[in-house]
Design a protein around this ligand. Structure first.
Ligand SMILES: [Zn+2]
Length: 173
């Protein structure tokens, strides 16, 4: 099936690398069970969403045929991108990494302003674009000019995804 360039771009914005999704429907004998969660690995040139399912399957979501749904953070309702934290108050629910950090700090008794300080520090650390871009180039086949076009949060999503894939980004070298 052909896909228009604009539509492909829209799809890539809607399903960024590292996005947490759940399978709703897939017509394939080897399909993971409905309800299986996974991470988006990217969108290929014909609009299929490349996946890493939690059960180990790597079957792509076929454009206009299969169906997936975004997993939302149970605390703030935003998309979960990168490795999700399990909510400490509900083992089954997944929360985004920022809500996960907040919960951990609440558990150890930090007050609101201490929590905000830590969250802001983490945000700032994420924003060192040049460092992050160089690290990503070393580990992937992303091109520098493409990475420079990405927003800070998109860059960090890639970072989280790489980390989740077991690729350790050492920021000291
Ligand atoms: Zn959240």
């Amino acid at each position: 099936m052909r896909i228009k360039k604009e539509e492909l771009e829209k799809l890539r914005n809607e399903y960024p690398v590292g996005l947490r999704v759940m399978l709703k429907k897939m017509d394939d004998v080897q399909a993971p069970p409905t309800g299986t969660k996974g991470f988006v690995r990217g969108v290929d040139d014909i609009g299929n969403i490349m996946m890493r399912w939690d059960n180990g399957s790597g079957l792509s979501v076929i454009y206009n045929e299969d169906k997936i749904e975004k997993v939302k953070c149970k605390k703030c309702g935003k998309d979960i991108i990168g490795y999700p934290a399990m909510s400490r108050f509900n083992e089954i629910d997944e929360v985004c990494s920022e809500c996960g950090t907040r919960e951990s700090l609440e558990v150890v008794g930090a007050n609101e302003s201490e929590i905000n300080n830590v969250v802001n520090l983490i945000r700032k650390a994420k924003m060192d674009r040049d460092v992050l871009i160089n690290k990503i180039i070393k580990l992937t086949d992303y091109k520098k000019e493409d990475l420079e076009k990405k927003t800070d949060s998109e860059l960090f999503d890639i970072y989280l995804y790489l980390e989740d894939m077991g690729l350790v980004l050492n920021f000291d070298d």
